[in-house]
Design a protein around this ligand. Structure first.
Ligand code: SF4
Length: 347
């Protein structure tokens, strides 16, 4: 009989499991607390009776991912982790330190099938979804390694999180649970390339996560070229879905815009984007493109980025230029990969 992995179960699911084992519900709370304090063995759960520990050892287990590699930036305190999953696949995650605390960027899938032209995660396609337990384990591994608690989470690593919707929701349940990570969902950002039906579904959940939409273009002809998802979900329909999200959640939407030299960084592009976003409760994050060697795209000149920002701001659109955290260790946006093996480079 395959042992049941208890990491990643919600408290309710664990209570149901305890009922199946003929145990009272309060045992679930005890086990749940231990797991998200980092316990990996039932024997270390000192408030459980021996018979229950034996029962759990016979039928259950606590999954664990391992840190396979760790790359520390020389220019800031960003650290990129390569996590080894139990089935041998690898994903990457990043921790960043700010004055307000530690922030973690986690992956939601092994690889990605969305094919964005500037992104390393999609080289090699999608392998599989991560489970809620694996996503939680990315946080636990970072906490264990640093000895500090994560206070903000961005689901912005490899993968399209909204195409792993059910596991994402279970992960958010753990993030928010007082007995697990106890992090407010206001401090969680979910990034999407623009899967319209799932944006609507997320809006209807009534949870206050920040939605970050990878927009990267002001019109369909440019977006079609660099983001194949746009052929199914064109820009005006995507913005309508974002407006619905804003109405339902009363939260400001962030638009990510990678500045790619000669592709989407002209004055005309900035003007078009301003017209699209004017009056919307949103924020634009301009990201000087982080180069990915296989992709052959170049970052925009800083003067072009500044001019682009000014045009948006003159239209009253809140805009920032994102600091390039961890660019020397390929930990920045769009640079996370499925595994080190794709690099073909030994580090
Ligand atoms: S940007 Fe996001 S959705 Fe696009 S290929 Fe990369 S991971 Fe996938």
């Amino acid at each position: 009989m395959e042992k049941k992995n208890l990491k990643g179960m919600t408290l309710q699911e664990l209570e149901d499991y305890m009922a199946e084992l003929g145990e009272p519900a309060y045992r679930a709370k005890q086990i749940f607390r231990w797991i998200y304090r980092g316990a990996t063995r039932f024997d270390s759960m000192t408030d459980l009776p021996k018979e229950l520990i034996n029962k759990l050892n016979a039928r259950s287990r606590i999954g664990k991912i391992k840190i396979h590699g760790k790359y520390e930036s020389a220019i800031d305190n960003t650290v990129k982790y390569v996590f080894l999953l139990e089935d041998g696949n690898m994903v990457e995650g990043v921790k960043m330190e700010y004055s307000f605390g530690m922030s973690a960027c986690v992956s939601s899938q092994v690889g990605c099938r969305m094919g964005c032209a500037f992104c390393a995660s999609t080289i090699g396609g999608l392998v599989r979804n991560l489970t809620s337990g694996e996503m939680a384990d990315e946080i636990l591994a970072i906490q264990e390694d640093t000895g500090k608690n994560v206070s903000r989470i961005a689901v912005m690593g490899s993968g399209e999180p909204l195409l792993n919707y059910d596991e994402l929701m279970r992960f958010l349940n753990l993030v928010n649970s007082p007995q697990a990570f106890n992090i407010s969902l206001r401090r969680v950002t979910i990034s999407t390339c623009g899967i319209i039906p799932e944006i609507i579904r997320l809006a209807d959940e009534g949870i206050p996560v920040t939605l970050a939409v990878s927009l990267h273009a002001p019109d369909d002809s440019i977006r079609d070229r660099i983001m194949p998802v746009n052929r199914n979900y064109p820009i005006l329909q995507l913005l309508d879905a974002c407006k619905y999200y804003i109405i339902k959640t009363k939260r400001r939407v962030t638009f990510e815009y990678a500045m790619i030299s000669g592709v989407n960084d002209t004055t005309e592009c900035a003007q078009k984007l301003s017209r699209l976003l004017k009056g919307m409760l949103c924020h634009v994050n301009l990201i000087p493109l982080n180069p990915v060697k296989e992709k052959g795209l170049k970052k925009s000149d800083p003067k072009k980025v500044a001019a682009f920002k000014k045009i948006l701001e003159d239209c009253g659109i809140s805009t920032t230029v994102r600091r390039e955290m961890g660019a020397d260790i390929e930990a920045a946006c769009g640079q996370l990969r499925r595994s080190m093996m794709l690099d073909g480079v030994k580090r």
